[in-house]
Ligand binder design. Sequence first.
Ligand code: UT7
Length: 307
Amino acid sequence: MGARFIGWGTAVPERVVTNDELSLTLDTSDAWITERTGIRERRIGGTAKSLGVLAARDALNDAGVGPEDIDFLILATTTPDRITPSTATLIAHELGLQCPAMDLNAACSGFMYAVRTAYGLLETGNKRVLVIGAENLSRWVDWTDRNMAVLLADGAGATVLEYDPTENDLLAFVLGAEGADADLLTCEHEGYFQMDGKEVFRRAVRVVVDSAQKALDMAGITSDDLSLIIPHQANIRIIQAACQRLNVEMERAVVVLDRYGNTSSASIPLAFADARQNDRVQKGDYALLTGFGAGMTWASAVVRWSR
Ligand code: UT7
């Protein structure tokens, strides 16, 4: 059994919000945000649906397939437009898809959870699955709370996964969830995101390293074999700490959080797109895709690009 990534797409709102702009209304500074997080600016605007549609169209074009070729849609999102119906059904309608569509919430691990679920669907008879990660986190930010306002942002990324009996891009997955840590990062109905940043930071490094190491073992490779690490984009210091523990130089990590901030489910496909645009994705190369987030949830996958 094989599954290949056959197309990718992204969408970000036009509106750029710099650290300096945030410093006008919050007790913060460009120096603090850059030093402690690596974020320099972020994009704000749109909805999970509007951004998701744009990223999906981009991915369908890139894959060279039409709406009729998709037999399942999974939207990873923490910020659906409504509680019900699912935002996936709204996106499917807008795109003209005639297939099942559902939302999946695994916070910042959402995109990798959706890819894992898509793999299972391809294994059991589906031919092509459209996976989208789309977020409108800014709607759930208290813009007077500097703790969250400097971190979270909006954006979307998408991929098309296709069943292939001969080639396989997805070599290993390690996913997990620990609900005992649920209160470390939450957003209540009609509320705002709240986080114990220090504790999330500590646990994030731990689960990324642990799940990544297990996924590498399952794939039968070591971190030396990796051309790229495509991590969830929460904080440059988390990426640095994880890379150091995995013995991977930062040159092999893809970083886009300086431009996009933390876009939760959208951050891994946004990072992938950046790597491809910069010619960092070559056929036959191994990459580690790894995410973590509220729940806590985590997900690492070892990928080998077949195209
Ligand atoms: O997507 C998955 C979930 N998210 C994450 O993975 C985020 C994980 N956590 C983090 O990235 C970091 O913990 C933060 C960026 C949230 C915070 O960085 P930190 O280095 O852990 O800072 P801190 O909370 O220890 O705060 C250090 C100081 C404090 O001042 P004092 O007590 O030293 O005087 C804070 O009050 O920085 C202050 N501070 C700020 N100053 C300016 C906290 N937030 C800000 C801010 N601007 N935005």
